[in-house]
Design a protein around this ligand. Structure first.
Ligand SMILES: CC(C)(COP(=O)(O)OP(=O)(O)OC[C@H]1O[C@@H](n2cnc3c(N)ncnc32)[C@H](O)[C@@H]1OP(=O)(O)O)[C@@H](O)C(=O)NCCC(=O)NCCS
Length: 210
């Protein structure tokens, strides 16, 4: 296991060339969900989508943490503005790249839009966060999350919201330790014969505003 000092981790905006690392980490952040959504070639789909702009899985919304020149972690997050346009563009990408899946996915995406990733005014959405196994438990997840909160403040948002899979105890413990609380249990989502249960968690990031 590499022992580079996490204190020397560099946080930077992702670039299209980070696609392979992004796809690997995104699947680690939701190992059941992305394959259920995009099929057995989920990693290839994520790599392709990541290179495009203007939709919810784009490099333009992603922050990466580099340690010793290696991508050690990532966080994908964006604000409430233009969410609908970005989701429509994601749907368009699915239709272009996965024409055989679009019918099956359409119903799911419409349902999911009302639950997963739903955003109100002033909210900033943490869609995915993951740290490579070699670098976990050393504060990198905390740094990425705090940086997402700074971005939320800079874009004028009042709170960060996220949807954690109910059985992801490790992530939920991290969020709770950092001041997030569960505000809602989302309706069960079914896809590809599987059920997904998410908890919506949230934290106010602007002090002094109720
Ligand atoms: C969840 C995840 C992103 C956390 O990343 P991480 O880098 O391990 O996070 P941190 O190191 O900041 O915190 C993890 C634990 O290490 C502890 N820790 C942090 N720095 C430490 C240090 N220097 N020494 C010892 N322990 C430390 C933290 O206190 C925390 O403890 P906790 O589990 O009791 O809360 C990571 O486990 C992961 O990628 N999981 C798979 C993907 C995933 O589930 N994503 C979330 C989807 S909702």
């Amino acid at each position: 296991m590499p022992m580079e000092n996490i204190g020397e981790a560099v946080l930077r905006r992702a670039r299209p060339e980070d696609a392979a690392d992004f796809a690997r980490l995104a699947i680690e952040s939701s190992p059941g969900f992305f394959p259920a959504l995009f099929g057995t070639h989920a990693a290839a789909v994520l790599r392709e989508f990541f290179r495009h702009r203007g939709h919810v899985l784009s490099h333009e919304h992603t922050l990466v943490a580099e340690v010793g020149g290696r991508v050690a972690g990532m966080a994908l997050a964006y604000d409430f503005r233009r969410r609908v346009v970005r989701e429509l563009r994601t749907g368009l990408l699915v239709a272009t790249h996965l024409p055989l899946r679009i019918l099956r996915l359409a119903t799911f995406l419409v349902r999911a839009q009302r639950t997963l990733g739903r955003l109100q005014r002033d909210e900033y959405y943490l869609s995915n966060i993951a740290v490579h196994t070699d670098f976990r438990g050393r504060g990198l997840g905390t740094r990425l999350l705090r940086e997402v909160e700074s971005s939320a403040r800079r874009s004028g948002c009042r709170r960060v919201v996220l949807d954690a899979e109910r059985d992801n105890e490790k992530a939920i413990r991290l969020y709770t330790r950092l001041g997030y609380s569960v505000i809602e249990r989302l309706p069960v989502l079914r896809l590809a014969g599987r059920s997904f249960e998410f908890l919506r968690m949230s934290r106010e990031v602007v002090r002094g505003r109720a």
